[in-house]
Design a protein around this ligand. Structure first.
Ligand code: RVP
Length: 494
């Protein structure tokens, strides 16, 4: 029966983009794109929801570069919500819900707060929220007795304060005129309502391309599953201020995923909901029907993934993205091409195939900001990286249960030796800070857009065309007939 066989599946190495008529300079190019229906990023890159890729530090770094991170869920609900909080507080135009300390707390307590949130001072408020003073590094630095109470060392009111709703320019002027670093905002009753800091102005200048929410805070997403407490997890993430939630499984075309999407969506306070992963047009349509704001595509392309071998399941990624996008484009729902990207050129290929953004695991796992540990092997530096379906990620750690088993629908497997892994564990070369890696990836994308003749992502998608290549063509694409003696920042032989 001919219908038994779908079309030929193609992936990144099977195609190249055709050079097209172009009349722009690479620096006129706009790389912004939608990751979901209501959320736009400035560069179309997301970091994967994996425990060796995205925790708060990676999410902050990605958002500062203009993309976004998706916090993994292989940790308790409380810990994951806490990570959202860390990202949301890391940079903002105005902190609307500042960390505060009670006057009876000790300096030790204040130290802990400052260390945890990487801040240099904290407003002091009573239990009604009234501003009593501020305790900063300058107040605390010369105190050797850390058991002293905050009230004894704080700089008490009257402080220089601003009114709620003050403009950025006026706030900066107050900070400058009074040579202070923090401006508490209070209402008429003296209740603390917000905080503006010099640091935020400096960061805004340092990361002009940062992806932010409407309050000037960095964008962040987080993953949930379908089993057990997934709904409670989503609620906790929403309460912590997450911008988008990904119902992230290895098989998004299953009833449980559709139901979880619909359930979270019914009470999501405007947070965008992404579902996945799927690899067919029907799979994309099913997610659309359950109400998603974004679709994540990829079954088996991941560098650490063994689903295609263990289960014989998957669709080569360029075809998967293309097929999913046929349903998604018609519904106006953005597509995330997740997994399998090896080089910057693959980003444009994914976009031309129909993706709006891409999600990266291995390309970011080697960064300084990833949670994996740095390893030295034969004088070279590596970072550990593993699939969320690997034994290491799915098995119980000490007395801590794994939260990533339900990505592979194995949450009811009773003992670790009965797990069926769909991923492996390994290491990737250390690649330095996210800023440098993203610079190369986005630089490569800009070159692609220039070659194709697409000034914006939609133009790239519209104008881009593929040529299919053979293994001889692929061989010709890579450097050949030479021994590489100098390492390029954006190329290494696999
Ligand atoms: P890559 O960028 O090729 O390393 O792929 C990362 C993607 O692989 C993730 O975003 C996820 O969709 C998928 N993944 C994660 N764990 C596993 C697995 O264990 N099979 N796969």
């Amino acid at each position: 029966v001919p219908e038994k066989f779908a079309t030929l599946g193609l992936t990144y190495d099977d195609v190249l983009l055709l050079p097209g008529a172009s009349d722009m300079a690479p620096d006129q190019i706009d790389t912004s794109s939608y990751l979901s229906k209501n959320i736009k990023v400035n560069v179309p890159l997301l970091s994967a929801a994996m425990d060796k890729v995205t925790e708060a530090r990676m999410a902050i770094a990605m958002a500062r570069q203009g993309g976004a991170g998706v916090l993994h869920r292989n940790l308790s609900i409380e810990d994951q919500a806490n990570q959202v909080d860390l990202v949301k507080r890391s940079e903002s135009g105005m902190v609307t819900d500042p960390i505060t300390v009670h006057p009876d707390a000790t300096l030790r307590d204040a130290d802990e707060l400052c260390a945890k949130f990487r801040i240099s001072g904290v407003p002091v408020t009573d239990s009604a929220g009234k501003l009593l003073g501020i305790v900063t590094n300058r107040d605390m630095a010369f105190e050797s007795d850390r058991s002293r109470q905050v009230r004894e060392v704080m700089t008490p009111m009257p402080l220089v304060t601003g009114k709620v709703g003050i403009s950025g320019v006026d706030a900066m002027e107050l900070l400058r005129r009074h040579k202070i670093e923090k401006l508490p905002l209070v209402d008429d009753a003296g209740i603390l309502k917000g905080l503006i800091t010099v640091k935020d102005f400096v960061k805004a200048e340092k990361y002009p391309n940062a992806a932010k929410d409407k309050d000037g805070r960095l964008l962040v997403g987080a993953a949930v599953g379908v089993a057990g407490d997934a709904y409670e997890r989503a609620q906790a993430l929403i309460a912590a201020g997450v911008d988008f939630i990904v119902v992230d499984t290895a098989h998004g075309h299953s009833r449980l995923v559709g139901e979880m999407v619909a359930k979270i969506k019914s009470n999501s306070s405007g947070v965008d909901l992404i579902g996945g992963n799927i690899a067919t047009r029907d799979g994309a349509q099913a997610l659309i029907d359950s109400g998603v704001d974004g679709i994540k595509v990829g079954v088996g392309p991941g560098s650490i993934c063994t689903t295609r071998v263990v289960a014989g399941i998957g669709v080569p990624q360029v075809t998967a993205i293309y097929e999913a996008s046929l349903a998604a484009k018609a519904a106006g729902i953005p597509v995330i091409g997740d997994g399998g990207l090896q080089y910057s050129g693959d980003i444009a290929k994914a976009l031309v195939a129909g993706a709006d953004t891409v999600m990266l695991g291995s390309l970011l796992a080697g960064c300084e900001e990833s949670p994996g540990e740095l390893l030295f092997i034969n004088g070279k530096q590596f970072k550990s990286y593993r699939g969320m379906g690997s034994l290491g990620a799915m098995q119980t750690r000490g007395d801590q249960r794994s939260f990533s088993k339900d990505r592979y629908f194995q949450e009811t497997v009773s003992t670790d030796d009965k797990l069926i892994p769909e991923g492996i564990e390994g290491q990737v070369p250390y690649r330095g800070p996210v800023s440098a890696v993203v610079h190369q990836l986005v630089g490569g994308l800009r070159q692609s857009m220039f070659y194709v003749g697409g000034r914006t992502v939609p133009e790239l998608q519209q104008n881009g065309k593929f040529v299919r290549i053979t293994s001889a063509g692929l061989k010709e694409s890579h450097p050949h007939d030479i021994q590489m003696t100098v390492e390029a920042p954006n190329y290494s032989r696999k």
